[in-house]
Design a protein around this ligand. Sequence first.
Ligand code: ADP
Ligand code: MG
Length: 252
Amino acid sequence: MVIEITSLSHTFNGSHEALLNIPRLTLGNRSFVSIVGSSGSGKSTLLRIIAGLLSPTAGHVSLDGHSPQQKRDAGELAFIFQSPTLLPWRTAMQNIVLPCELQGGRLSRRQQDVHGLLSLVGLSEDDTRKRPAQLSGGMQMRVSLARSLITRPELMLMDEPFAALDDILRIQLQDEVRRIHCEQKIASVLVTHNIREAVAMSDRVLVLGDKPAQITTDVTVALPAERDSDVRRSREFQGIVNQVTDALYQVV
Ligand code: ADP
Ligand code: MG
């Protein structure tokens, strides 16, 4: 999926000061793009506009030539947020299939596809019979990931999805989401304030400067597709982290 952003700007509550000002930006096309910026810079707002959850004050976003709302209604967008937002009274499996139920069965998956999905996100059959309260935070995140992938999305939109997790789990899930992105060829957009996370997961990192938020730096992450621990420890990785850090210091 190709995301095209044109003359986008946004203000809240009729304020004269623009929060966002993005003349032109093309994302997606099966790549993994991260947007980094300081807290309050407008990252979530930008992602919500791309997702069609918020209408911009001016300009527009098109996803393969369609409106974000159309793509969302067709089940082609997946959202992954910091909180897994699972329904506590449903089992993990009942949570995972919820989007299919909401689409009136139009997007139903065959049993074997669901099995494939569980192994993709690292859940056992046993886990899927439990309710959210019986699962650890990491497992809840995997259930949330499976639920967002069940409609076979073409675009994954992530807003600081791992911010509440401990370091080890965080790195594990970063690697797994990157692997899923590569295997399933899903275009991915991640917003985060974590520079190492952005570099580890992406093919491209955009730096968002404040007031109004605009893309000040566009860094290509020229690292091997598979980001194992050797890649994370490499001089090249650290070089790109430094480059993004310097760009962020210039805008805050
Ligand atoms: P980030 O995700 O980068 O931390 P946000 O996009 O959440 O930043 O917010 C950017 C700015 O817009 C902040 O100053 C925030 O207070 C303001 N903002 C966000 N949502 C709203 C809203 N619904 N109404 C008014 N102001 C908002
Ligand atoms: Mg945010």
